[in-house]
Design a protein around this ligand. Structure first.
Ligand code: GTP
Ligand code: MG
Length: 363
């Protein structure tokens, strides 16, 4: 599938996925560094000052620059996978423009839906601006596009593992793409391997991808003697935001040569308890020694993990504010009055954050 990379992170990841990806940036320096056989598009601002510097974490600048590339991108995004970080200014600003245009125009045909691979910051260790931009981006344009059914699947990658395991950026980008490739290999494997039950062909797969939900995919060795749900929960994809309960699901079960194909009924039963009838297939793979399953869950509610992360950061910020306030007013005579005043301001700030989290919770 062809890719479009927006901003720094989006471009770097897009070219790993697709060596001829189209890349878009406001920063000429960043754009020049990208190694792609595809078109490079320099988005421009009305004044020339932004051209070399990027949006410097300000999504309003990215959003303004979208106007200069709108016409070109409107046709390019059809049937493409758009990669962007949610924290920076260029990626989130331009991608906001893309999402708004998708909402405006008539529903695309199945194969023409635009998919998104979003890279979310790790709230505990990344800049406050990245977190704030992400909240606004997710609760604004992403929520609206999902409500409107305007996009195909949205993959929410998380930089958590990158920071926690201290993985070099280039290696981590490869890991994201390898994982995505693993999921996208399902229809091809269905063509190549001996099928034992059901079938997922290119068209089934394309239809699944065209649905306007978050997609959490993962794969693991499945032990049919143990509970499937517990194994699934223990093997969520660490590169993606944890999923909510699925609205729809897909699974592809591979069993070794001569293996028991009927173990898939356990998986059907598991999904049935959640009220979901998955699309699925079972194939024989002589290259494996134990059953292996690839699962994809489509969900639309805001992932709990994200809200928790933001809660934590918001709380830490509020505490820092209070601490600063105390330091600042400790020598002032009217200490009591000022503290009360500041405490009220902090609380007002918190109310805003709570309101934002409530909005976030809706998607
Ligand atoms: N996984 C991954 N994350 C990245 C990479 N580069 C930046 N990030 C993350 O992406 C976010 C910043 O977004 P960028 O793509 O750098 O910003 P941008 O869209 O170019 O916007 P500006 O530079 O602010 O104009 C932060 O959360 C970074 O940790 C990368 O190559 N891989
Ligand atoms: Mg940048």
């Amino acid at each position: 599938m062809k890719a479009i990379g927006i901003g720094g992170a989006g471009s770097k990841i897009a070219v790993v996925w697709d060596p001829s990806a189209v890349t878009v940036n406001i920063s000429e320096v960043e754009l020049n560094k990208v190694n792609t056989e595809g078109t490079k598009i320099l988005a421009a601002l009305r004044g020339s000052s932004g051209a070399f510097k990027g949006a410097r974490m300000d999504p309003a600048i990215g959003y303004e620059a979208y106007n200069s590339v709108k016409r070109e991108l409107q046709s390019l995004v059809r049937g493409a996978l758009v990669f962007s970080a949610t924290g920076g200014g260029t990626g989130s600003g331009i991608t906001k423009g893309i999402l708004e245009d998708l909402i405006q125009r008539d529903a695309d045909a199945t194969e023409e839906k635009t998919l998104f691979g979003l890279v979310l910051p790790y709230a505990r260790l990344e800049a406050e601006e990245f977190i704030r931009n992400t909240s606004e981006f997710m609760s604004g344009p992403v929520a609206a596009a999902i409500d409107n059914g305007s996009t195909g699947n949205i993959f929410m990658f998380s930089n958590r593992t990158k920071f926690e395991q201290r993985i070099p950026e280039a290696r981590f980008n490869e890991m994201l793409v390898e994982s995505l490739n693993d999921f996208f290999a399902i229809p091809k494997k269905n063509e190549e391997l001996k099928l034992l039950d059901e079938h997922i062909d290119q068209e089934d797969f394309a239809l699944f991808l065209s649905k306007p939900f978050f997609n959490h995919f993962t794969s693991f060795n499945y032990n049919p003697n143990n509970d499937f749900g517990k194994q699934l929960n223990a093997h969520h994809n660490p590169l993606l935001i944890a999923p909510e309960d699925p609205i729809e699901a897909m699974f592809f079960l591979e069993v070794p040569e001569g293996g028991d194909s009927t173990i898939f009924y356990n998986i059907i039963e598991y999904f049935n308890q959640l009220g979901v009838k998955p699309i699925y297939s079972v194939a024989e793979n002589p290259a494996i020694k134990s059953p292996h399953v690839t699962v994809s869950l489509l969900y639309s509610r805001k992932p709990a993990e994200l809200v928790q992360d933001f809660n934590k950061v918001a709380e830490e910020q509020a505490q820092t504010k209070v601490r600063k306030t105390i330091d600042q007013f400790v020598q002032v005579e009217q200490l009591q009055v000022n503290l009360e005043d500041e405490a009220r301001k902090v609380n007002e700030g918190q109310d805003d954050i709570v309101a934002m989290l409530k909005r976030l919770h809706k998607i």
